[in-house]
Design a protein around this ligand. Structure first.
Ligand SMILES: Nc1ncnc2c1ncn2[C@@H]1O[C@H](COP(=O)(O)OP(=O)(O)OP(=O)(O)O)[C@@H](O)[C@H]1O
Ligand SMILES: [Mg+2]
Length: 264
């Protein structure tokens, strides 16, 4: 079972793009994937053009049936959407005993139907994000090519360290994912160097970088997964390489069903 939070406290670093592109990659490998949006901006639903009847709030706070809240967005991919009401989830969690562990119980009840749960979070540290990390215990950190993104990644690692100490549990940053990489810019080489140093210092793998590619915003506007927009585009190729590295780190083999039938 794969559980990953896609996190960086800096906004606009490709958290949402990485979440749905990775989800689709895993689904294409034959895995049943649940995407959970915990960002009140509700980006995952907006990007994929989904309007659910009920959102994360109803599921977590009012115990609505999971089936009534989740939406199928592609074969093997379900999405639990977020909206502004997610800010009220925060308030509800504050009122719960050991609220930080609430998602362990809540998502523990439904996760058996899936092989992977990917959680997209808001660009800030809040209780919903802490809950997501305590549930998944694994993070993927996209880092765009600027210094504030690096700071956001460092803040993320600091939070992880604090939670590890506080709850005496191991939380594992699976990888740093360079995003919106454009080698023509000096800032890109500076940020990549800093990322290499960060990777060494914290012993976190540096994954295959994702190049800047206009196909990403175009796919977004068309409400499509990147692979459905253009499966040969630069970003798509890069995401496939990074995702394959991630599966190796997780020691996960694709399901036999995902293997193409032989034509021999
Ligand atoms: N590889 C890429 N090439 C070009 N544009 C990209 C790439 N990745 C993401 N983008 C664009 O950058 C913007 C921010 O991406 P995204 O929404 O995935 O970031 P985010 O970290 O989820 O943002 P937020 O912190 O607001 O939730 C989007 O408009 C997206 O289309
Ligand atoms: Mg986002």
């Amino acid at each position: 079972m794969i559980r990953i939070v896609i996190s960086n406290q800096r906004g606009g670093v490709s958290k949402t793009t990485t979440t749905h592109t990775l989800a689709r990659y895993l689904a294409d490998q034959g895995m049943r994937v649940l995407m959970v949006d915990t960002d009140p901006q509700g980006s995952l639903g907006l990007v994929l053009g989904v309007k659910p009847k009920h959102y994360l709030y109803s599921f977590v706070v009012h115990n609505f049936a999971f089936e009534d809240c989740v939406v199928k967005v592609a074969p093997n991919i379900d999405l639990l959407c977020s909206n502004r009401d997610t800010t009220k989830v925060e308030v509800a969690l504050l009122g719960m005993t050991a609220g930080e562990l609430a998602f362990l119980r809540i998502f523990g009840m439904i996760e058996d139907a899936y092989d992977a749960v990917l959680i997209d979070v808001a660009p800030s540290i809040n209780l919903v994000q802490t809950c997501s990390i305590m549930y998944a215990k694994q993070l993927l950190i996209p880092v765009a090519m600027d210094m504030l993104s690096l700071q956001g990644a460092t803040a993320c690692l600091e939070t992880t360290r604090m939670l590890t100490e506080l709850f005496k549990t191991e939380i594992r940053p699976l990888g740093l994912l360079p995003t919106m990489v454009d080698r023509r810019f000096n800032l890109t080489s500076l940020t990549m160097k800093a990322l290499e140093a960060m990777s060494e210092k914290y012993h976190i793998p540096l994954l295959h970088p994702i190049r800047t590619d206009g196909t990403v915003p175009r796919a977004e506007r068309a409400h499509k997964f990147l692979v459905d927009m253009d499966n040969h585009c630069k970003a798509c190729e890069d995401y496939q390489k990074a995702a394959a590295e991630l599966l190796e780190i997780l020691n996960v083999k694709p399901k036999p069903a995902a293997i193409e039938p032989s034509t021999a």
